[in-house]
Write a protein that binds this ligand. Sequence first.
Ligand code: SF4
Length: 444
Amino acid sequence: MSTQLEAARAGAITDEIKFVAEVEQLDAELVCEDVAAGRLVIPANKLHLATNLKPCGIGRALRTKVNANIGTSSVRSCVEAEIEKMQAALSAGADAIMDLSTGGDLDTTREKLLALCPVPFGTVPIYQVIEGRDVEDIDNNIIVEIIERQAKQGVDFFTIHAGVLKEYLGLLEGRVAGIVSRGGALLAKWMVYHNKQNPLYEMFDDLCDIMREYDVCFSLGDGLRPGCIADATDKAQIAELNTLGELTQRAQERGCQVMVEGPGHVPFDQIQHNMEIQERICGGAPFYVLGPVVTDIAPGYDHITSAIGGTAAAFYGASFLCYVTPREHLGLPDAADVRAGVIASKIAAHAGDVARGLKGAAERDKRLSVARANLDWKTHLAESLDPQTAERMHDEVCREMKNLGPSTDYCSMCGKAWCSVRTNREIREATRLRRSNVQAPRRI
Ligand code: SF4
């Protein structure tokens, strides 16, 4: 029994490596090499693989992936609502799901979601460690018990905030937003109360043993990520990143797959630097970023602020984007928010892939553009990233303007006489006729 990393290091092309290579239309040897080098992860708990998981790779050689966070809170907890959100995320094209539940029966919620989840499924186990008890009361035994319990349920990747060290808390003094990560803030409270080091850091090697046994992938959490652009790329964030680099190496040496989480709120001009330092410090381990959100002033539209940052992140070095919904900072998202967040993040991921010249990425754009130029509405809508919305909008227009239909060669945006696509077709036809020495119509 070995992890994907250990198998790849031994030169073994696992079924999961083969599957990822096929989906991404890459050579399996190349995928295997990247897994062995720690540049690519396949978060696939052996127990989830044995049931309904379709493996998914995360790394720069591959298409940029998108994660959707769902989960209950202490204010609102309903398993059916979370299943509805997960299905909304999957139908919109989410590549992974994270269950961040903190309310209700966490084990049952996770079990029901996992049973219906065909993509990598992640959690933040420290939430369950803390849930139902004062944070001051947690100890190593509770941490190990919860992490093992979740690994046995089949969770594919764990956010572990092991890089939030006691000595970094003093670096937070000048911050505007302090610690915005829930796990980071509660662990900091524990460290201040006990005047001891972060237990996740102290017991990291033991955690590696559990992760290795089930091949749960580390997602090394950025508990000190900036929560506003004024705090971006500050000393606390970079200090934690250095520790994440050290932990990446330690976990990989123990056979565990690792990705690293990143900011957060970052102004656009700092994104490239953030991607480059993570790659250098963490040896090319896949970077999983939350957004990044490029301005703080758009509550209600943070799926857009994060898609702007996500595009730059995907271009400069991230492999995995965590979506942000329009309701970020305002409340728990519903299924419609989840859908909007996934679509925004998919746009960012794809735009980044096109810009970095990922093989095949722009082919879908070309197919859609050819259909658009040919006024082939059926293909145009089918090739779109969100056919459901595109079709609904076009149908609404067709209904509103009774003379329009799916085969009409213009739409209500410009109208027949002003439709430049239609005019272009007429020009092309007239040019073709003239080339063939056929009299083109005097008026085209
Ligand atoms: S009417 Fe305008 S928007 Fe509609 S197809 Fe023609 S050019 Fe495009």
